[in-house]
Design a protein around this ligand. Structure first.
Ligand code: AMP
Length: 216
């Protein structure tokens, strides 16, 4: 089974990708994480990527194309964060054709802008284990300390209010058109992402287990 998961920043696609990958034994390919790793390594490429990421802009298509070609699997994967615009979707379609890869679902997590801003501005992440917290809905027991491993919590450089606004604009303009693109090829599944992570995951499981496409 091969899945693409898509949604606005803060829609919970990372959380759902993790749950889906674990439940269905899929390899998780998270483009944002791969790019952040490159930035962390401080390579020349990482410096270039950082310029775009820190402002909430998309990293140029040719850079991400190379990254995706290096990391794509032939089967049993969930792709999180790619494609993010129509050009990337066409690039991916070509890769799928060349490698004989079949796409089963394009899952779109639908979340309101108000909810996104609330989630992202209050998001904190553990430096050590990557666990996510929300200062209001899911705060750590001790402020700024991870419940799981005791690591320090931090705010992502692109989770500030100004950058969140820009990421939303980029998402509306570049990424939302993908809904029509995948609807046209019969792969689109829309899931209400405003619910709790467990409820969202239960809905995804219903669709995937039944193997039925909801054409919207
Ligand atoms: P994410 O962790 O998915 O929210 O991605 C964080 C940032 O990584 C985005 O705001 C972009 O700067 C960059 N990024 C992630 N995926 C892509 C992509 N498919 N194309 C271009 N830039 C991307």
């Amino acid at each position: 089974m091969n899945i693409i998961i898509c949604g606005a920043p803060g829609s919970g696609k990372g959380t759902q990708a993790g749950l889906i990958a674990q439940h269905y034994h899929l390899k998780r390919i998270t483009l944002g994480d791969i790019l952040r790793e490159e930035v962390k390594r401080g390579t020349q490429l990482g410096e270039e990527i950082k310029k775009y990421m820190s402002k909430g802009e998309l990293v140029p298509d040719d850079i991400v194309k190379e990254v995706i070609e290096k990391n794509i699997e032939r089967d049993n994967f969930i792709l999180d964060g790619y494609p993010r615009n129509i050009k990337q979707a066409k690039t991916l379609e070509k890769i799928f054709e060349e490698e004989n890869i079949n796409l089963d679902y394009f899952i779109y997590l639908d979340v309101s802008k108000e909810e996104i801003i609330k989630r992202l501005s209050m998001r904190r992440i553990c430096k050590k284990c990557g666990a996510n917290y929300h200062l209001e809905n899911m705060p750590p027991k001790v402020p700024n300390v991870c419940d799981n491993c005791g690591g320090d919590l931090f705010q992502r450089m692109d989770d500030t209010l100004e950058v969140i606004q820009r990421r939303w604009e980029v998402f509306s303009k570049d990424t939302q058109p993908l809904i029509d693109y995948y609807r046209a090829i019969g792969k689109l599944v829309i899931v209400d992402g405003n619910r709790t992570p467990q409820e969202v995951f239960n809905n995804i499981k219903c669709i995937v287990n039944d193997g039925k496409y909801i054409k919207l």
